[in-house]
Design a protein around this ligand. Structure first.
Ligand SMILES: [Zn+2]
Length: 362
């Protein structure tokens, strides 16, 4: 049997699942699903796809794990909780951090904050993946919880290495999905501080106005951890070809996301099913291919699934049961004529090269 390529998934809400969904990711997928039978508090109960075991089965050896908590006086909308003050949001992210640290203490994951650590991790994983903790890079999805730049400094000192300033709706530092408007002075100050600390800007979720303004005001490394193409599914959450080109020009890597509504036109949450809309990993490959054709190579696209980001198999590609099925993507790309180098680049090497450049300058 051919060896499974190493996969890096640039967007997983692991700690949100642990702390808000009460999922112990050390359990198997079957155990996790069984434990949620009959629960109705969230639409994805009993349909999770991510566990440490499933990540290992899929040779997903590096992940970007999020911390996320919005500040919003509006209703508590999915995904992730909204809090009534930035201080509560900060506290939530600190609980999420504590879970990552407990999982590191337990030997499940190992935090990666610089090139040396990433290089060591890759060596260990190649030598003996079964006994190597999964590599974790931490990112903050939505910056509302950053009460002050002292808090940002503390987050950086604790290992935070990427920030998406916005999430859903209006935010303190930038406007997100389904919102409009720029980043304002607060956003500009945040970007300046991120640049000083060499924190990666995650362009995902920025609304169009904030997206262009953020790119203008930030000179550090930019990626988009989980984003698909507006040319394939029209929605402000997706990037237009013009936005994609601007990101490619900046050396960005863009992770394709596996949320079904971002893969097919006209998805109705809670009504459409992966079968009724015929959503499969082929749609994921369509997004990969669109971006590769646009830039003219396979060097700027990666995987950023967002699996279990407040949705489960009810809103996933129909041929994905657990995250281990990401290993079907290499075969699909091969059938479409991608070389084994292209496939390795898309599965992990583009992210790794990006991080080397961001952290080492080369
Ligand atoms: Zn997201």
């Amino acid at each position: 049997m051919e060896e499974k390529p190493l996969i890096m998934d640039a967007h997983l809400d692991l700690s949100m699942n642990a702390v808000e969904w009460n999922r112990d990711l050390r359990w198997s997928i079957d155990e996790l699903r069984a434990s949620e039978l009959g629960m109705t508090d969230k639409p994805d109960r009993g349909r999770g796809t991510v566990s440490f075991g499933a990540l290992r089965e899929g040779n997903v050896g590096i992940v970007v794990g999020t911390q996320l908590a919005r500040f919003s006086k509006q209703s508590n909308q999915l995904p992730g909780a909204s809090w009534n003050s930035p201080e509560q949001a900060w506290a939530q992210t600190q609980g999420q951090l504590a879970w990552y640290q407990a999982m590191e203490f337990d030997g499940q994951i190992t935090q990666i904050t610089n090139w040396k650590e990433l290089e060591n991790h890759l060596q260990n994983w190649t030598k003996d993946s079964a006994h190597t903790p999964i590599g974790l890079i931490r990112s903050l999805e939505g910056a509302d919880s950053i009460i002050s730049f002292e808090h940002l400094q503390k987050a950086y000192d604790d290992g935070l290495r990427a920030i998406g300033p916005a999430h859903y709706g209006p935010g303190i530092y930038a406007q997100g999905t389904d919102a409009t408007g720029g980043i304002g002075n607060k956003g500009k100050e945040l970007l300046k501080e991120m640049e000083r600390l060499n924190i990666i800007l995650d362009a995902t979720h920025l609304c169009d106005d904030s997206f262009w303004e953020a790119l203008d005001h930030f000179n550090g490394p930019v990626w988009a951890s989980h984003n698909n193409c507006r040319a394939l599914v029209r929605h402000n959450r997706q990037f237009s070809d013009e936005q994609l080109r601007a990101l490619f020009d900046r050396g960005a890597v863009i992770g394709v996301a596996l949320d079904a509504w971002m893969l097919t036109e006209g998805w109705i949450r809670g009504e459409s099913t992966p079968e009724s809309k015929n959503v499969s990993l082929q749609n994921v490959a369509d997004n990969i291919d669109h971006m590769c054709q646009l830039v003219g190579n396979a060097l700027h696209v990666g995987i950023g699934t967002d699996l279990d980001g407040a949705f489960g198999t009810e809103q996933c590609p129909k041929d994905l049961n657990t995250i281990a099925d990401l290993q079907k993507i290499p075969d699909i790309l091969k059938e479409r004529g991608y070389s084994s180098d292209d496939i390795e680049n898309i599965c992990s090497q583009n992210w790794i090269r990006f991080l080397r450049k961001a952290w080492e300058g080369k």
